[in-house]
Design a protein. Structure first.
Length: 363
C-alpha cells in the first residue's frame, strides 16, 4: 500500500513539473527566465518520471529514457544557477560565456555515445576503452557525478544569497524568502539522493523523490498566489538600475541635510503652492532626480512626503495654541482644505485631529 502511494506522489509530481515547464512556453512574452524555468521543470519531470518507471516496471531498461535522465542531471544545475543570476544579479545578461557551465554536459554526452554503441557496430581501436569504461561502471559514476554537480550549483547559489543575512533581515523581499526556501529544500533533496547512492539504500532516494513532488506542488501554489512574482522582481531590479543611473553623482546625505534645512528650519512646506519642481530647484537637482529620491529611498510620493511635515507642524501648533481652531491650524501649515488635513493627519497618527486633541487634553 505504502509503495503505491509513494509512486502515485512521484508520478503526480513529475506530471505537474512537466505541465509547469510547458506553461512557460505559452506565455505571450517569453524571456530568458521563462526558457530557463522550462528547462528546470522539464529536467525535474524527467528525473521524476524516469525513476517512477524504474520503480514500477520490473526489468525496465529504456536506453533513451536513461539517456534523458543522465543528461537532465547535467542540465539542471547550470540552469538553476543561471536562472538565479538573471533574477537576482543586477545588470546580468546571458551571453555566450555562460555556455562554459554546460561543458560537463558535453563531456557526459560524449561518454554516453562511447558507452552505447549502435547494434552491429565494431569499435576496433575504441573497443578497449569501451570495455574499460563498462567494467568500471562509468555510467553509474556519471549519474552520481550529475547529482554532485547539481549539489555544487545549489551550494554556490546559497553562498551568493548570504543565507544568514536573508534569514535575519525582516524587510527581505518575498521572492528572496521563497528562493531561499527553494534552495534549502533542493539542497536537502539532492543530499538525500547522494546519501542513497553512497549507502546503496533506496529509501533515501524514494524520500527525496517524494519531497521533489511536494516541492513542485509548493511552487505551483506560490505561482497561483503570486503569478508575476519573478517577473515583478526582475522589473523592480531594472527600475532600481535606472534610479541608480539617474542618481549617479548625487550625494544623498547632502540632499537629506538640505531638505532638513529647507523644510524643518525654513518651513517651506507651509506654502500650499509648493511643488515638486520648486523644491527640487531649491535642492539643486532635477525634478526627476528628486522624484527618484522620494520613490526609491523614502518609498513615498511627493504629497505624502510634504504632508508628513505639515502634520508634524500641526501637532506642534495644537500644543502651543490649544485654543486655536483646527481649520486655522490646517491652513497655517499648508493644507488647502479641511478634508485633506483630516485625511493626512489620520493617515500619519491613526487619529483624527479632533480625537487627537481630545486625547491629549488640548481643548
Amino acid at each position: 500500500m505504502l509503495p503505491d502511494i509513494s509512486n502515485a506522489i512521484i508520478l503526480f509530481g513529475g506530471g505537474l513539473a512537466f505541465l509547469l515547464g510547458f506553461v512557460q512556453l505559452l506565455r505571450p512574452e517569453r524571456t530568458i527566465k521563462n526558457i530557463l524555468l522550462f528547462v528546470i521543470f522539464i529536467c525535474i519531470a524527467i528525473i521524476q518520471l524516469q525513476e517512477f518507471f524504474v520503480a514500477t516496471t520490473p526489468g525496465y531498461s529504456n536506453s533513451a529514457g536513461m539517456l534523458l535522465l543522465l543528461l537532465s542531471k547535467f542540465v539542471l544545475g547550470p540552469a538553476l544557477y543561471i536562472f538565479y543570476l538573471t533574477v537576482f544579479k543586477k545588470g546580468y545578461a546571458f551571453t555566450a560565456n555562460e555556455f562554459v557551465h554546460f561543458i560537463p554536459l558535453v563531456i557526459a554526452s560524449l561518454a554516453v555515445i562511447i558507452l552505447t554503441p549502435a547494434d552491429g557496430y565494431s569499435y576496433s581501436v575504441m573497443d578497449g576503452v569501451y570495455r574499460f569504461l563498462l567494467d568500471h561502471s562509468m555510467l553509474d559514476h556519471l549519474h552520481s557525478l550529475g547529482f554532485a554537480l547539481i549539489l555544487g550549483y545549489i551550494v554556490s547559489i546559497l553562498s551568493r544569497m548570504d543565507v544568514i543575512h536573508v534569514v535575519k533581515d525582516p524587510a527581505r523581499d518575498r521572492i528572496t524568502a521563497v528562493a531561499l526556501t527553494v534552495m534549502i529544500v533542493l539542497f536537502f533533496i539532492i543530499s538525500l539522493i547522494i546519501i542513497s547512492l553512497i549507502t546503496d539504500r533506496p529509501f533515501y532516494s524514494r524520500a527525496a523523490l517524494i519531497l521533489i513532488s511536494f516541492f513542485i506542488i509548493y511552487w505551483f501554489i506560490i505561482g497561483q498566489i503570486y503569478p508575476d512574482m519573478v517577473i515583478s522582481f526582475a522589473k523592480r531590479n531594472r527600475q532600481n538600475e535606472r534610479v541608480e543611473a539617474l542618481m549617479l553623482g548625487i550625494d544623498i546625505k547632502k540632499i537629506e541635510a538640505m531638505i532638513d534645512e529647507i523644510l524643518v528650519k525654513e518651513k517651506l512646506f507651509c506654502d500650499e503652492d509648493i511643488t515638486i519642481k520648486r523644491l527640487a530647484d531649491h535642492l539643486g537637482i532635477t525634478q526627476q532626480q528628486f522624484s527618484a529620491y522620494l520613490n526609491h529611498y523614502l518609498k513615498v510620493n511627493f504629497n505624502t512626503f510634504i504632508n508628513r511635515y505639515r502634520v508634524k507642524e500641526s501637532i506642534l501648533l495644537m500644543h502651543e495654541e490649544p485654543e486655536r481652531q483646527l481649520l486655522s491650524i490646517a491652513f497655517a501649515v499648508g493644507f488647502n482644505s479641511k478634508s485633506v488635513f483630516y485625511e493626512a493627519f489620520t493617515k500619519e497618527t491613526g487619529l483624527s485631529p479632533a480625537r487627537y486633541r481630545k486625547q491629549k487634553n488640548l481643548n
